[in-house]
Design a protein around this ligand. Structure first.
Ligand code: V1P
Ligand code: CA
Ligand code: ZN
Length: 380
């Protein structure tokens, strides 16, 4: 009954390595790599793998990781015992068994995916294990050790003049923003919960739009969309489509990287928004509609079954099968029982959660006006 056909006229590639999924941050840590197993299980049970080119990604080499990261930091991740420096390691970023393999595998998948776009062998390339946007040049941060997004963008910049980075994770994409802060060849747009005092990482106010020095090329090439608790599908969509539509019109990117962190869904363990899976997915539909080479990566997402639902749904959008997919979960799925408690549907109601929407129309409109004003400074 699920009619999964190859998309006509374009190619979607899927980049993954099951070894990533076997790593454990620790019992109480919210990041669960097995959410990727659940995602793949759901995607395959729907037959979506038949509509994509599947690649077993390889581990990034040390040289590839050092294209962005400091030598001594990568050496430390490789042999953590040999250093007394901390490099951001702690409760958020613990040292666990196989840490270096984990990092080099998720980064390798994003680099491979970017290269498929560069060679035009793919139009949309997907790596759900990537999207780890907080990692810095010489430091781990917020569950992220190596910044696969920065590494992928560096690949895209070899053949593309301008890359647009869009981040719908509930957290600010600070690592990517920082890496390209002084560049006009990468435009970073992050939508996130912002509360400088209490919400991680505490950066990304509306006024943070790039370096202030008039001669710095990066000036105005960063867009931050700081939000309050409880934003719903309709406000988010209005904001997203207005800002991204205008940004693509003036910036005219040659490639787009979309970070699809699923912690912006309602009922997330760390998040505080009220998005439904269809609302979150609408961002993918909108970005895809511009027909610009697209790299889709994962990110946060701490209620594993909903992460799997969202990323399976977004995979179906990429291959153009979302309209024909049966929202009842497939009858024959190895991990079907895992979904029993919340019901066997792809689209549970996540919109009416404990959070009131503290983003009124006036606030949304203020953000839109501010961004429209900023975009006037982007040269056509
Ligand atoms: O709030 C903090 C730091 C720790 N304090 C010193 C402040 N950390 C957050 C990190 C969130 C990272 C999100 C990553 C991503 O954007 C991309 C993959 O989604 C944090 C939180 C929290 N509620 O914000 N760490 C933890 N919770 C945590 C809880 C249990 C065990 C370990 C970490
Ligand atoms: Ca974000
Ligand atoms: Zn996040």
């Amino acid at each position: 009954e699920n009619q999964i056909a190859r998309p006509k006229g374009y190619t979607v590639s899927w980049h993954s390595n099951p070894d990533v999924e076997d790593h454990h941050f620790g019992q109480t840590h919210p990041m669960k790599p097995w959410r990727l197993t659940l995602t793949k299980e759901l995607v395959m049970s729907y037959g979506m793998h038949l509509a994509m080119d599947l690649y077993l990604s390889r581990a990034a080499t040390q040289e590839e990781l050092k294209a962005f990261h400091k030598d001594e930091y990568i050496d430390f991740l490789h042999e953590p015992g040999y250093s007394s420096a901390v490099y951001g390691v702690g409760d958020d970023c613990p040292i666990f068994d196989g840490l270096y393999d984990y990092c080099s595998l998720y980064a390798g998948a994003s680099i491979d995916a970017a290269r498929k776009l560069c060679s035009k062998q793919s139009d949309i390339a997907i790596n759900w294990s990537g999207g780890l946007h907080h990692a810095k040049k010489g430091e781990a941060s917020g569950f992220c050790y190596v910044n696969d997004i920065v590494l992928a963008i560096l690949q895209l910049l070899r053949v593309h003049a301008r890359v647009l980075y869009i981040d719908i994770d509930v957290h600010h994409g600070d690592g990517v923003e920082q890496a390209f802060w002084s560049s006009d060849r990468v435009m970073c747009v992050s939508f996130h919960k912002y509360d400088r005092e209490v919400f991680f990482p505490g950066t990304g106010p509306l006024e943070s739009t790039g370096p202030i020095h008039p001669n710095n090329p990066g000036k105005n090439y960063t867009i931050n969309v700081p939000l309050n608790d409880g934003i719903d599908d309709s406000s988010y969509q209005h904001l997203f489509e207005t800002i991204i539509g205008d940004t693509i019109d003036v910036y005219r990117p040659d490639a787009i990287v979309l970070q699809c962190g699923a912690d912006s869904l309602g009922h997330d363990r760390l998040g505080c928004f009220n998005l439904n899976i269809k609302g979150h997915g609408q961002c993918v539909t909108f970005v895809k509609s511009f027909r610009i080479p697209l790299l889709v990566v994962g990110g946060g997402g701490y209620t594993p079954r909903n992460v799997a639902r969202a990323w399976a749904h977004e995979t179906s959008i990429c291959i153009g099968a979302d309209k024909t997919l049966n929202p009842a979960l497939p009858e024959f799925m190895p991990l079907r029982e895992a979904f029993r408690k919340e019901g066997f549907t792809l689209f549970p109601n996540l919109g009416s959660w404990r959070k009131d929407n503290l983003n009124d129309q006036k606030y949304i409109q203020k953000i839109i006006e501010h961004v429209k004003e900023q975009l006037r400074y982007i040269k056509h």
